[in-house]
Design a protein around this ligand. Structure first.
Ligand code: AMP
Length: 265
């Protein structure tokens, strides 16, 4: 696996290559990331992953706390079959004088209501990465369902020539969705965090019984004193109904979702 740090290095390395799959990430890899690398490995001739903690999508205090582990990430990416790992500096992607931002409709509700400018940062970095890497396919996780939906709109609206692949959420055996942020949880906080997937599962069961999915999910969350819900809502992304939720446990914010269409994850 080759590590690339500058945009011109990426251009040069990928120029003659075809069938490129791109997996954008922010590092601190877990099985969720690895599942995307492996899927890309299975479907593409060349697998590129990016590892970039994009300041444009974070509040400053959140960015500071975000876990970083580049050496471990390099080893895991290589093992999972990544050919090129793009690890740019902030200055490489946002040089002095940078001033172009991408706004996608739908970026100010749900996550966007709690994280101002978050999706502007996400859409901007994704478009930049797509232009730098020129992938045929780009891989995203369904765990960040609103992000995947917004990137889908970006690809459609701006006529980008790439196919988006959105893959299932990978969970720990107890149901907690894997997240780089899970590393920030104490044992007690991790136990409390389990109320999030439990609440979503209760909502999905209520839905199959024609009961109130939102009420069922909210009552499970309300019973966990260490968990502070930001929102529990029903969202329709590309016509697909999901129960989506975000909650804070201590200083860590977690998101998760479940399909309300009854198909397996
Ligand atoms: P991140 O590094 O958190 O930005 O995640 C990089 C990509 O991995 C995003 O497309 C996420 O949606 C995806 N991802 C994160 N967690 C999971 C998970 N538990 N299962 C599947 N994909 C995930």
């Amino acid at each position: 696996m080759k590590i690339l740090r500058r945009v011109d290095e990426v251009t040069e390395a990928l120029e003659a290559l075809r069938g490129i799959g791109l997996v954008p990430t922010m590092g601190a890899f877990h099985e969720g990331h690895l599942s995307l690398f492996r899927a890309a490995r299975g479907e593409c001739d060349t697998v590129v992953a990016s590892l970039f903690l994009n300041p444009a999508q974070f509040a400053p205090e959140d960015l500071e706390r975000y876990p970083r582990d580049e050496d471990r990430d390099v080893a895991l990416a290589e093992e999972a079959g990544v050919d090129f790992l793009f690890v740019p500096s902030v200055e490489a992607l946002y040089p002095p004088g940078y001033g172009t931002w991408v706004e996608v409709d739908g970026g100010s509700v749900l996550e966007g209501a709690y994280r101002p400018d978050h999706f502007r940062g996400v859409a901007t970095i994704c478009l930049k990465l797509f232009n730098i890497v020129r992938p045929d396919r780009a891989y995203f996780g369904r765990k960040d369902a609103q992000q995947a939906a917004l990137v889908g709109r970006l690809v459609r609206d701006l006529n980008l020539r790439l196919r988006l692949r959105v893959l299932p959420t990978v969970r720990d055996p107890d149901g907690l969705a894997l997240s780089s942020r899970n590393r920030q949880l104490s044992a007690a906080e991790r136990a409390a965090a389990l109320a999030l997937p439990r609440a979503l599962a209760a909502g999905a069961v209520a839905e199959t019984r024609c009961e109130d999915a939102l009420a069922a999910a909210r009552s499970v969350l309300a019973a966990e004193p260490l968990l502070e819900p930001d929102y529990v809502e029903i969202a329709a992304f590309d016509g697909h109904r999901l129960l989506v939720a975000a909650a804070r446990v201590g200083r860590t914010r977690l998101i998760d979702n479940i399909s309300l269409e009854g198909e397996p994850e």
